[in-house]
Design a protein around this ligand. Structure first.
Ligand SMILES: [Zn+2]
Length: 468
């Protein structure tokens, strides 16, 4: 038994062919590229043009610029931009405030980060992936909160001292990366899409990974919802690296029907309207649902808003009847184990004990659901798809909470955790094939992907058989 497990680990490390459907581009930025960029801005005296001095989130003020400028190595930046071990949604959102200001509106950097994303997927034997992002969030003015004024402005320092300093500085020099036409002029969502697509296509050509895109609406920006669907429809046939679907990320508050009608521009109304449009256009829909809320959001996502895939969906296991209906409909669940632990999406006593063998993905599997494994925001959670497979494959172990926490904070980068979900090898293979079957591509492409995966797994099976 133990020897079999070691062989599974060996196969995972050697590169079990993988498919990843739920990974956010802006949660997967290459930390070393970001660190080099932050240092270049600092060295040229332009950091203040991009990084706000402070950011106030959830009532707490955080000195972003000082924290970034204090990093003396890529590892420092990696730690700063990750919330691993903190188990806090607030800490997770703070990570995005570290790197989004450096990236927003900077097209060559966005293109490079998209290219590096494909490189990273190739390095962990991913053969097919769908990467999601909000093009509006990476555009100039793409702030994390809905602004009522100054919507077009670049992020600015929020304290008054720094505003004085800002006005005393010479005009922002033209970025050496940017073309004359786009330098600090409003870079819009379309330009961001074009830059991402260029990077992904270069990556696909260079590394041989098939990549498609999902455009995300963001719950807290209802003003972007309909335009996101419009963009997805406009670029659905523009392969390679076409847009194959839409999502709503950034929280599930939009599911809640308000007591007072809010029209078509409120959080609920705007997203319902945009998703109705997506269904009318026959766009593929995947929705973050049931992550840290109750099962009813999954029901609404599937049976009202046309989602055939669900991001997370852990709380659906609390409603076995609804779960059975989703399974009967063939819904695919994009599970992200590390993310679920760090954000509290996986909650309750088993989570407190870090008893991975009781993770809801086991209940989804037991109910016969189609389940895939994903990294969600690998840079933020200091994980990778390979780490997620290792976590899923590692047998459950019982140890004290303190020891488990220590092991969790230390584990990453290919080191198996001391305790895991305990899936069998055939269950890991099934998860990959389930993900392939749920890819947002035409039936013939899905069939070809499945056939190529099965051929690779058969070859691996021979290696595994001879090693046992
Ligand atoms: Zn996600």
């Amino acid at each position: 038994m133990r020897r079999g497990f070691i062989t599974v680990m060996h196969i995972l490390r050697c590169g079990l062919t993988q498919v990843e459907l739920h990974v956010h581009l802006d949660g997967a930025f290459d930390e070393l590229v970001m660190f080099a960029e932050a240092k270049a801005l600092q060295a040229s005296g332009r950091a203040h043009n991009f990084l706000p001095e402070n950011v106030t989130l959830f009532g707490e003020t955080y000195p972003v610029r000082r924290a970034v400028e204090g990093c003396s190595s890529g590892q420092d930046f990696k730690r700063l931009a990750s919330c691993k071990g903190k188990r806090s949604l607030h800490a997770m959102f703070r990570c995005f405030e570290i790197f989004l200001p450096i990236v927003r509106g900077r097209l060559p950097l966005i293109e490079e980060l998209a290219f590096r994303f494909v490189e990273r997927q190739a390095a962990q034997s991913v053969v097919y992936t769908e990467v999601r992002y909000s093009p509006h969030l990476l555009a100039d003015g793409g702030l994390m909160v809905l602004q009522t004024d100054d919507m077009e402005g670049s992020p600015r320092p929020v304290d008054s001292d720094d505003e004085e300093e800002e006005t005393a500085l010479p005009p922002v020099p033209m970025s050496e990366h940017a073309s004359a036409a786009s330098a600090r002029a409003a870079v819009d969502a379309e330009a961001v899409y074009q830059a991402v697509t260029r990077g992904l296509r270069r990556g696909q050509l260079r590394f041989g990974v098939t990549v498609n895109q999902i455009l995300c609406m963001l719950a807290f920006r209802p003003d972007w919802a309909l335009d996101t669907v419009r963009m997805a429809n406009a670029h659905r046939k523009h392969g390679p690296c076409a847009v194959v679907g839409v999502d709503v990320a950034g929280g599930e508050e939009w599911f809640k029907r308000p007591a007072v009608p809010e029209g078509e521009i409120g959080m609920h109304g705007a997203h319902v309207r945009a998703l109705a449009k997506a269904q009318e256009l026959k766009l593929n829909v995947t929705l973050h649902a049931g992550e840290d809320t109750d099962a009813s959001n999954v029901g609404a996502a599937v049976f009202e808003h046309g989602a055939m895939r669900i991001g997370h969906g852990y709380h659906l296991v609390d409603d076995p009847g609804l779960l059975a209906r989703c399974v009967a409909k063939g819904v695919h669940f994009e599970c992200c184990p590390t993310s679920s632990f760090e954000t509290g999406g996986w909650s309750g006593e088993s989570s407190e004990r870090m008893d991975w063998s009781s993770h809801p993905l086991k209940s989804l599997l037991a109910a016969g659901a189609s389940v895939g494994l994903n990294s969600d925001d690998p840079a933020v959670f200091a994980t990778s798809l390979t780490d997620e497979l290792l976590l899923a494959a590692t047998p459950a172990a019982r140890h004290g909470r303190q020891g488990a926490e220590k092991a969790w904070s230390a584990g990453a980068g290919g080191l198996p955790p001391s305790s895991g979900v305990g899936l069998r090898y055939d269950e890991l293979v099934k998860a990959t094939l389930d993900a392939a079957d749920a890819a947002f591509v035409p039936r013939a492409e899905r069939a070809a992907l499945r056939a190529s995966l099965e051929a690779r797994f058969m070859a691996l099976e021979k290696v595994r058989g001879s090693a046992l």
